[in-house]
Design a protein around this ligand. Structure first.
Ligand SMILES: Cc1ncc(COP(=O)(O)O)c(C=O)c1O
Length: 381
C-alpha cells in the first residue's frame, strides 16, 4: 500500500494536521465528495421516473447494494441502507422483536456501544423483557465464561460489538454466533468499529444481523445492515404503504434513500479496492499499531489488550499526571487530533474506565512519521 500516494487523494490531509480520530469518523477522499456532487447534479430524482434521472437513481441504488453485498459477503438484496447504524438498529430490532414476550431476554456485553444496546433496552421496557450484560476480563475483553453462563433458553438475541470503539478489543464473533445459534437465539453484530479495520464475511461468521457505518471507513454518513434472508422474510417491518418490501433488504428502508450518499458509498468502495481493500489496510495498520504499543513512553498507561493480539489499532490511555482534557487540547495545539471522553458511549464499560481517558485511533492514511510525532508529544506531556 502506497500511503504517500493515497494521501494525495485527501484534501484534508494536506495541511500537516495528524488525525488520530478515525474511531469517531474518518477523513474522506475527494473522489467520494465528487461522486456525491455528481449524483446531485446528474441524478436528482426518484425511483421509477420514466426518464434519465430516474434511471440514474436506480443505477446508483443497484450499484450501492452490490458494493455493500461484496463488502459484507452477502447478496445485494440482503442489504438495507439507513441514516446511520443507530437508526437502523432501532428499526430492525423493532421488526425482529414484534413477537418477543415478557420474560424473554437479550444478551449484550459490557464492551458494547450504546447504539447496539439502547434499542434492546427500549424494546425490553415496552415488552417486559430483560437485557443482560456479559462481563469483561481484566484486559477489557469479553468474558466468554460469563457470556455462556448468561445464555439460556430465554435468550432471543445475542447482541455484541465485534470491536470496541473505546479499547479496540476484538470479540470472537464466530464463537459468539455459534453459542447464540446453539441456544436458539439470533446473533446480532455491531461491526461499526470493526469494519474499518478487518474484512467481513457474514456467511463465514454465521451471523444473523450485522450493522456498520461507512463514515468510519472513508465514506459518507450512512448506516448499512445485513439481515439474513430467511429471518428478514419472516419479520414484518414498520413501513409506509405502498413502498416496496422486495427485494428483502428494502423491508427496513423507510422513505426515500439518500441516493447521493449511496453514490458516495460506491466511490468509497472503489477507493478501498484501488488501495488493495480492507485486507491490505489491515496489515499496514497493524504494523503502525504494533509500533505504537512497543514505543509507548513510560508516562502512558494503556487500557485494554496490551499487544496487537485480540485488538484493532484503537488505543485508550492516559498520560501520568495530565488530565485527559488538558492532554487532548495540548496535543491539538501541536497538530495532533486525539479525543478525550468518559465512557465513549459504552455505558456498561464506563465504570471499568478512569473518569476520563484519551483515545488514539490509527487509520490506514496515518503514517509512521505521524505515529512517531504522537509518541514524542505524549512523552513531552
Ligand atoms: C462500535 C460502535 N457502534 C455503534 C456506533 C453508532 O454508529 P452510528 O453513528 O452510525 O449510529 C458507533 C459510533 O461511533 C460505534 O463506534
Amino acid at each position: 500500500m502506497n500511503v504517500d500516494a493515497l494521501r494525495e487523494r485527501f484534501s484534508s490531509l494536506q495541511n500537516g494536521f495528524a488525525f488520530f480520530d478515525a474511531p469517531g469518523g474518518t477523513q474522506v477522499p475527494d473522489e467520494v465528495g465528487q461522486a456525491i456532487a455528481n449524483a446531485l447534479r446528474e441524478a436528482s430524482g426518484n425511483l421509477g421516473a420514466p426518464y434519465a434521472t430516474g434511471r440514474a437513481v436506480e443505477a446508483i441504488l443497484a450499484r450501492a447494494k452490490a458494493d455493500a453485498g461484496r463488502f459484507l459477503g452477502c447478496t445485494p438484496d440482503e442489504i438495507s441502507f439507513g441514516m446511520n447504524m443507530t437508526t437502523l438498529d432501532f428499526a430492525i430490532s423493532r421488526a425482529a422483536g414484534r413477537d418477543f414476550q415478557s420474560g424473554d431476554e437479550v444478551l449484550t456485553t459490557e464492551l458494547d456501544h450504546d447504539g447496539g444496546v439502547a434499542p434492546w433496552i427500549e424494546l425490553a421496557a415496552d415488552k417486559g423483557m430483560t437485557v443482560r450484560v456479559a462481563g469483561i476480563t481484566d484486559e477489557l475483553t469479553v468474558d466468554y465464561a460469563d457470556l455462556e453462563r448468561q445464555l439460556s433458553e430465554r435468550t432471543r438475541v445475542v447482541a455484541f460489538a465485534f470491536a470496541s470503539n473505546a479499547t479496540g478489543s476484538l470479540a470472537d464473533a464466530k464463537r459468539i454466533c455459534k453459542l447464540a445459534r446453539e441456544a436458539g437465539a439470533i446473533s446480532w453484530i455491531d461491526a461499526v468499529h470493526y469494519a474499518a479495520h478487518e474484512p467481513i464475511d457474514v456467511v463465514e461468521l454465521g451471523c444473523d444481523v450485522l450493522l456498520c457505518s461507512p463514515y468510519k471507513f472513508c465514506g459518507p454518513h450512512l448506516g448499512i445492515a445485513y439481515v439474513r434472508r430467511e429471518l428478514a422474510e419472516t419479520w414484518r417491518p414498520y413501513k409506509a404503504r405502498p413502498s416496496a418490501s422486495t427485494p428483502v433488504g428494502r423491508k427496513f428502508e423507510t422513505g426515500t434513500l439518500p441516493y447521493e450518499l449511496l453514490a458516495g458509498f460506491s466511490a468509497t468502495i472503489a477507493y478501498l479496492d484501488s488501495i488493495g481493500g480492507i485486507g491490505a489496510i489491515r496489515d499496514y495498520e497493524r504494523e503502525l499499531g504494533a509500533h505504537f504499543i512497543d514505543s509507548l513512553p513510560a508516562n502512558v498507561t494503556l487500557y485494554g489488550p496490551p499487544t496487537m493480539e485480540g485488538r484493532v489499532p484503537t488505543f485508550l490511555f492516559n498520560v501520568e499526571g495530565v488530565p485527559a482534557v488538558d492532554a487532548a487540547h495540548r496535543l491539538a495545539e501541536r497538530g495532533l487530533g486525539v479525543w478525550y471522553a468518559d465512557n465513549w458511549y459504552c455505558v456498561s464499560l464506563g465504570p471499568h474506565l478512569p473518569e476520563q481517558s484519551l483515545r488514539a485511533g490509527i487509520a490506514h492514511y496515518n503514517t509512521l512519521a505521524e505515529v512517531d510525532r504522537l509518541l514524542v508529544e505524549l512523552a513531552a506531556l
